[in-house]
Write a protein that binds this ligand. Sequence first.
Ligand code: NAD
Ligand code: TYD
Length: 362
Amino acid sequence: MDKQPRQHKPKNLLVTGGAGFIGSHVVQRWVTGHPEVNVVNLDALTYAGNLTNLTAVEHADNYTFVKADIRDGAAVSKILREHKIDTVIHLAAESHVDRSIDGPMEFLDTNIMGTATLLHACREYWKDTAEGYAGKLFYHVSTDEVYGSLGAEGLFTEQTSYDPRSPYSASKAASDHIVRAWFHTYGFPVVLSNCSNNYGAYQFPEKLLPLFIHNIASEKPLPVYGEGINVRDWLWVEDHAAAIEVILRGGGLGETYNIGGENEWRNIDLIRTLCRIMDGRLGRAPGTSEKLISFVEDRAGHDMRYAIDAAKLRDDLGWRPSITFEEGLEKTVDWYLANSDWLKEVTSGDYRSYYARQYGDR
Ligand code: NAD
Ligand code: TYD
């Protein structure tokens, strides 16, 4: 099986989960940056998927949206054939750790069975085309959380053993193994990446940064889990989308690439920095937003530290983050403050946030 770097050129690209946070950046990048590529966005539009994330491209000639569930094999097969899909970027998933603790089965179903259903449908279609697997690629987007939890030292490399701790990360780990099984067993053309925590525009306001920006703006408490000493490695979402393109085009078949920003922050330090930026933006006296910090019961099985070694991606494919964290965080704050209508719209459906269920609608 070919493991050499190559130049993959998609013609008809299927993005699953394209109405979600990372997916909407991936879709926008391909639709606007590559008019020669037809981009089909397959999304079930769960609470986390919102077409308002894609208004910038919704009328583009090379863009099509199809509402479908990756667990529906017949629907997926039809879409693959109708649009002659040669390349898949698979992002659709249930993605929030707290929700996976509350309700694990949906995570196992979507992330494991959904991925298997999609793989099976792609293989059934691609193996019988005239050119077989030539010119085809299945790109599986995954998380660094599959590697488990680090102590104070060390970084996750592509060789780190899997040790997932939450229902979310376990379901993503299972999906990674299934994708690799398709490569080894069937010679099915795959590439994978495992990325650290993303931040930026269009992130659903249940994850740390958009939730806390919103709560600071509306003077609600900031629930910091445990002592706030857990560490995450933050990456600008558009840099993730750029890395996905670099890997899709040049990554070796069957290979995995870690993606990260070399940007580790203890939660409490990040939250204090955010509070300082927000005080400035909202014209509040220094120290005002920090008073909203409220230490709450720790998340069950809370992974202590994630940190990525992205040397393989940097050395083999030349990718680097494009902006500093300071720039990215300020841009992110400005985007959420300027888009309060977006926030209202995405939280207006039949949806009650994890925050509201846990801490009340205060
Ligand atoms: P998200 O929750 O914002 O978006 C997920 C999207 O998938 C939504 O549009 C949702 O409607 C769609 N979806 C969910 N179930 C579906 C189903 N059964 N069929 C079709 N569509 C379905 O998630 P995100 O943060 O954008 O993450 C995207 C991917 O990237 C996930 O696979 C996640 O594991 C991975 N990832 C995320 C991060 C991060 O920091 N957010 C980091 C690394 C990897
Ligand atoms: P989150 O954005 O949920 O991402 P992940 O769990 O995938 O890393 O959380 C980031 C960190 O912030 C994580 O250590 C948990 C913590 N956290 C809080 O302290 N309070 C909160 O309300 C949330 C949502 C997260």
